[in-house]
Design a protein around this ligand. Structure first.
Ligand code: DQA
Length: 149
């Protein structure tokens, strides 16, 4: 993500999303994280967009990666904070600190699930939220980000 002229979009995946494909596929679908990332990469072929990918199960690693965007020319973030959506004021504060536009993506519709999933610490800071459209949600978020840069 060091090309000064490129449009740099960072995709951040939170905890347990490394298990996509085998983790509750009736809720999260059958695509693996690699499938999702590969599909996103295809969308940026022959464009001036550079994608970065980061997945971690650790809150501190996610915060550190968000903070790193202050120095790596990231222009836009697409993030699925996964369970940290509902718990992490610290990750929210990191996104507020770096002041980059971001879209919050969820594979499942968090508003049709348990009540504890129906609160997000991110949605009011996000440009937009896509929830419930499965892997397609990442693609739509990326198309929006590419068009807006
Ligand atoms: C999720 C929804 C969260 O509630 C859950 O903890 C996840 C994934 C989604 O993509 O639907 O891990 O963010």
């Amino acid at each position: 993500m060091e090309n000064a002229n490129a449009k740099n979009i960072l995709i951040i995946h939170g905890p347990n999303l490394n298990l996509l494909g085998i983790r509750e596929p009736q809720i999260y679908g059958g695509n693996t994280l690699q499938d999702i990332n590969r599909n996103l990469s295809k969308l940026t072929e022959n464009t001036d967009v550079r994608l970065g990918f980061f997945q971690s199960n650790a809150e501190s690693a996610l915060i550190d990666r968000v903070q790193q965007t202050m120095h790596d020319r990231t222009n836009f973030i697409i993030i699925n904070p996964a369970a940290y959506t509902h718990t992490s004021i610290a990750l929210r504060d990191a996104l507020a600190a770096v002041k980059l536009p971001f879209i919050e993506v969820h594979l499942s519709n968090i508003y049709s699930r348990e009540s504890f999933r129906q609160q997000s610490y991110f949605s009011d800071l996000a440009i937009g939220v896509i929830s419930g459209l499965g892997a397609k949600g990442y693609e739509l978020a990326l198309r929006y980000a590419m068009a807006s840069l």
